[in-house]
Structures are given as structure tokens and as C-alpha cells.
Design a protein around this ligand. Sequence first.
Ligand code: HEM
Length: 389
Amino acid sequence: MIMPTFKKELSLFARLWLGLGRLIGRIFLFLIVVSLIGWAVATAWFAWQHRGPVSALEQIPPGEAAMTQDVIQTAVRIVDQHRESTRYLRDAHAKAHGCVKAEVQVLPELAQSLRQGVFSEPGKTWQALIRLSNGNAYPQFDSIRDARGMAIKLLDVRGQPLLSDRQGQNEQDFVMFSHPNFFVSDVAEYRQNVAAQADGKKIMAFFPGWNPRTWEIRHLLIALATLAPPPESPTRTTYFSVSPYKFGEANAKFRVMPDPDNCPAYTLPPRNHDLPNFLRSALSQQLSTDRVPACFVLQIQRQDANKYMPIEDTSIEWREQDSAFETVARITLPPQDFDTPALNLQCDNLSFNPWFGIEAHRPIGGINRLRKAVYEAVSDYRHSQNAAQ
Ligand code: HEM
């Protein structure tokens, strides 16, 4: 007589259990569908907002000069904050893996339309200096996620310099890091973000207020992607200009990419990533110990203003399907001994700046206009403080 009751209770329990399962399943399905629709709407909205044509000219917003002065003050504050017992360091890319000598050869068979500025003479070889760095404002272990920098200075470049006080320096700099786009769009956003960072905010720097319309989630994702794990060696990663430049009459971005096929085959012995400076040691292993050169190509991506390739928004990567990169020069780092106290001090005392160069490669866009004032101010500040010590 007990059994039927038990059976009845069991089936009630089973039905309840199955019902709950169905409900959870439906809620789950509903959430997936809503997320997919949300993702599709957001993607369509982003594509609608970010479609060509765009301007091929610079557009300077009002108030940019005043915002630039604010950024200079914050940058100097960061240099002071990070000093402690060291010399005054750069506001960004403070730690170098080394400054190396390089040869930059313009492609001998370069197409006519690519013969611009320092690339005018096919086959010409420029002597150059390259500083390889970590992006952080204070030296830290190489294993920590970070951007990696490459700054090139071509030497003996003739032509009117963009900055009148660089007369006689005869240089053309190319300043890059290892991610194709920047975590801010323009000067206004940079000013807000870097001030928040100097106040110790990290992720919250991208959420300046309670209003969700001010939240920069896409830019936060770019910042997180820029802070990448280290490459095996500074010679094994690609560096991007991020911001645009003149390229003769055209506008262009550039990048430098490893080109091992043009160098003798080389296998880097494994590095101990727990050592603080293993990127310097990788560079030294290849160039100084094993005496094997490293090769790169320098490439140009010209703006097609009919596509979404804006000049005033550095958070937008110019897509390769809209305009392909074209090789204009080959870079070789010959075997050399770069890691000596004297050469390292010389390296720290160098200044690289996208504005150190000639008209044919004039930096354009808001972030580059900002860099003009900030690099000079920070460089002058750290040099004068170091000289006074
Ligand atoms: C387009 C994106 C940018 C790239 C690719 C970039 C890259 C670099 C690199 C590679 C260096 C190290 C140069 C060297 O080896 O001496 C550097 C230094 C520096 N960067 Fe940037 N940077 C960018 C944006 C900015 C912005 C927006 C600011 C601030 C307004 C800034 C401020 C600085 C400063 C102050 C230095 C140190 C200059 C010195 O003391 O010589 N950078 N940057």
C-alpha cells in the first residue's frame, strides 16, 4: 500500500525537476538569442558609424592648444613620479633593450609612386640608429605584459627640418610600437585618460563618469590588447606607426615587420623569461655573441579616403583589405656590440620624436599634433634635470 504513494511523490518530484530544467534551458536560450541580436545590432551600428569616405585633410578641433598644455603638465608629473633614485627617464618607453646601428636600404626596384621623401632614391642605403624599448613609464621585468617600442633615426638626411631648432641635425625619425591602433581617439580623450592614470586609476580611467555614454569599453579592449606578452626577442615582433604621416602628397601609416628570409637562418637559443632583461639578452645573443644579423622590412599603407581610414582618430586601425601595406625599404641590424655602459648612456641621452624629420613625412592628426609639444617638453625636461645632477 505504501508503494503507489511513493511512486506518485517521485513522479511529482521528477516533473518539478524537469520543469525547472526546461525553464533554465529557455532562459539560457533567450539570453543567447538576446546577446546575438545585441552583438549584430552593435556590429551594424559600428559599421554604420565607421564608414567612408573620410577627410584627407587634418581637422583641428577648438581648444586643442589648451588641452595640450594640460597634457604636458601631467607628463612631467609622471616623469617626476617615476624617478625615485634613478636618472630622469622618458615619460613613456623608459626602458631600452638597446640602441643598435642599422642600415636602411630603399628597395632598388621601388615603384615610381612610392619614391617619396627619404625613399626617393631606389637602392640608397641610409645609416641609422634604432632604439628598442618596453612601453611602460617605469622600467619593469620584460615578462610583464606591455607594448614594445621601436624608434628609428635615419642619419645624414638633407632637407629643411620640420622643427626650426633641429637645423643641422639631418635626421628622419620613425617612432612606432607593437600594436596597430591606439587606446584613445584624440587629444581630448588622451588628456582625460592620462590624467586619470597619473592619479593611479587603471581600468577606471576608461570610465570617466556615471553616464554610460562616456564609457570607453572599445578603447579599454584596445589598451588590454596593446599590453601583450613579450616576444622572444625585440627582432621578432611587428611595430606600427599607429598615427598617420604625409608620404609626399599622400597620407600614410607605416610599419616595420621581421623579415627573417632575407637574413641567414638563425635559431635563438631559449631565454629564461624570469630574468628581468631577457629581451636585451636575446638581442645581444643574436647580434653580439652569435654575430648573426637581423632583418626587417619597412612598409607603407597609403590612405584611401573613400574607405574608413580617418586621420583624426588613432583608435581606428586602417584595414589591410582597404589598403595593403607596400614594402619601401629593407632594414638590417648588422652584428655588433651595443651593450656597453658608454653606448647605453648615449642611448638614454638620445631623443626620438615623430617631428624630427622633413616635410615629406610630416606627422598629421590630433595625436601627432599633441606629440609635437609633449615629446619636446618631456625630452627637454629630462635632459636638463639629468645634466644638473
Ligand atoms: C601614436 C601613438 C604613439 C606611438 C607609436 C608612440 C611611441 C613611442 C616610442 C617608441 C617612444 C620611445 C622613443 C625612444 O626610443 O626614445 C615614445 C616616447 C615617448 N612618447 Fe610616445 N607614442 C605614441 C603616442 C604618444 C602620445 C599620445 C604621447 C603623449 C602626448 C606620447 C608621449 C611620449 C613621450 C613624452 C616620450 C618620451 C620622449 C623623450 O623623452 O624623449 N606618446 N613614444
